[in-house]
Write a protein that binds this ligand. Sequence first.
Ligand code: TMP
Length: 220
Amino acid sequence: MKNTGLFISFEGIDGAGKSTHIDGLAAAFKAQGRHVTLTREPGGTPLAEKLRDLVLHDAMDPLCEALLIFAARRDHLQNVIEPALARGDVVLCDRFTDATFAYQGSGRGFDLAVLQQLESWVQALPQGLAGNSATGLRQPDVTVWFELDPAIAAERLAGARVPDRFESQPVAFFQKVSDGYAQRAEADPQRFVRLNAAQSRDAVWQQLAQHFVQRGWLSA
Ligand code: TMP
């Protein structure tokens, strides 16, 4: 029997510690015979990776930033995410549209109505697909939010690498981003899994794995 595609996104402020857990989850799904597409935003295709580089390093106004992020998302959806879901893959995506509402909307204070308009154009489902959301747009089936106090995240990131345009923002910016994620989670509690990312790496992993076991997507 063909597996049904699963679309899982991972969110959190910079320094929340998503990456190792995304790799761990990919390994767990593969160990159970699932084909996994591991990808990220902005990015995931040659064009979207070029746009990522611009967004992370070049100065630009907030509308330009939002347009480039959604342009990258369009290319990524069309060339990677939709084909992978149609094959029945588990798509593990490091960030998706919740990041745009949290970073550009809440963090930068950019107009949420414009972001919603862009979302409705870019995430319109391919013809004939019923989709998985009440809005008729492509959305993740599950979004794992690594929730962390911005002050702790800043300590973790300090001196780790040369910061990009987002990582170099002050703690106050990440507090707003965090508030943005909280609003998204409140608006769609069925989709969001909130993890306390201040715990040890092992404890976070246990919580994460347990969630997918409970859903029946991973065996214990
Ligand atoms: P990463 O470091 O987790 O790969 O994410 C890249 C940066 O891009 C991160 O600081 C968050 C930011 N970002 C946005 O501002 N808006 C978005 O829509 C996405 C997907 C990422």
